[in-house]
Ligand binder design. Structure first.
Ligand SMILES: [Zn+2]
Length: 369
């Protein structure tokens, strides 16, 4: 009997010991679903640099536009703020492109065509002729890194993101283009150690729009007035996001984009609104201490020869919106017919019940008489 008890004790102890280990292993498996390692950048592993923009090489913003793929983001009203070319400068002593942000009653710009408002800007690897866009640099897959000092003032955020002309196509999940937000700095007011990443695909309107995002506490102040490196490894099977070389998120949500996308480094200002990742932005005030400046020192992009066979063209994907719209309309029509049928049956049943009731009450009346 004592022996049996001992055996039961040993088995129970073994199960108790193994359970947390197996749970930990499961958690570990989830965490390690993706390879989070930084690229080696070695030729042997297929890595080739495709962009090496160090803005300290330039002395004017004109030189940047003339000698790199970077151009001003679309000039004019964005949401509540204006993206104005005049806000984009080159600070030679800083060795950086600096995007300024101001609130003023005396703005002087024919394109913005308003004196009063909030003015900021962005740069991107696309050129605009009116509404016509032409990519000056676009790439599918690879490694994308920007060395930036984010604005530290409230009411605003900066972002490094990749965009696709075909992000508006519905269907094919995010494989036909995904807005990839490598970082968005909307955490300064309350959570300065946090960083956010997001993926958006299938246009931006219901019912097709999909998105997924992530917030990571990096444990260090990213609004400390120093430069930090925000980067993305975009491989055929995953996106991995890094801050200063440390992975903060990995995902394959949307199925991973397969098409070439262009780069954007921009500022947005929404006074006292909720910004990305549900962050309260607070008010925006002009500043002379540089805290409203977005400084971009370097942008590097790499491609891997082994990724190239996975690249697809925008045109190889069909926009499924019309097909899906028709299917939804047909489903709604069928639903309406079924609902009408059910209502009709209920009405019929109620009428029959009433008739029966009247008939039975008349019979009981006759028998009572
Ligand atoms: Zn302007």
């Amino acid at each position: 009997m004592v022996k049996l008890k001992r055996i039961i004790c040993i088995i129970t102890a073994a199960i108790c010991a193994a359970l947390p280990l197996s749970l930990a292993a499961c958690r570990g498996d989830r965490k390690n679903k993706f390879d989070l390692s930084m690229p080696t950048f070695s030729k042997e592993d297929g890595w080739v640099q495709t962009m090496d923009d160090d803005f300290s090489r330039f002395s004017t913003i004109r030189e940047v536009y003339d000698n790199t793929a970077w151009k001003p983001s679309p000039h004019g009203l964005r949401k509540t703020e204006y993206w104005c070319d005049k806000m984009i400068t080159l600070d030679a002593s800083e060795g950086a492109v600096v995007i300024k942000s101001i609130k003023t009653e005396n703005h002087d710009c024919d394109v913005c065509n308003t004196k009063s408002g909030i003015f900021t800007g962005g740069i991107e690897t696309a050129d605009y002729d009116g509404d016509r866009r032409k990519e000056t640099f676009a790439q599918a897959y690879g490694y994308f890194e920007a060395e930036v000092r984010v604005p530290r003032a409230s009411g605003m955020w900066s972002a490094f993101w990749l965009q696709s002309y075909s992000v508006g196509k519905v269907g094919n999940k995010g494989r036909d283009g995904t807005e990839i937000d490598i970082y968005e700095s909307s955490f300064v007011a309350k959570n300065p150690t946090k960083t956010g990443n997001a993926l958006h695909w299938d246009a931006y309107d219901a019912p097709y729009y999909r998105m997924t995002d992530n917030v990571t506490d990096t444990g260090k102040n990213l609004y400390d007035g120093e430069y930090h490196k925000y980067s993305l490894l975009w491989a055929p099977d995953r996106y991995v996001f890094y801050v200063d070389g440390t992975p903060v998120w990995a995902s394959d949500d949307g199925g991973v984009s397969t098409v070439a996308q262009y780069l954007k480094l921009t500022v947005e200002i929404r006074e006292n609104k909720i910004g990305p990742y549900g962050q309260k932005l607070g008010g925006f005030e002009n500043s002379s201490d540089g805290s409203t400046d977005f400084s971009i020192r370097k942008v590097s992009v790499w491609q891997n020869e082994n990724f190239k066979s996975h690249i697809m063209s925008d045109g190889s994907y069909q926009d499924m919106k019309k097909t899906y719209d028709k299917a939804i309309a047909a489903a709604c029509a069928i639903g309406a017919i079924i609902a009408a049928g059910i209502v009709w049956l209920i009405v019929l049943s109620v009428k029959r019940l009433r008739k029966k009731k009247v008939a039975s009450s008349e019979i009981s009346k006759v028998s009572n008489d």
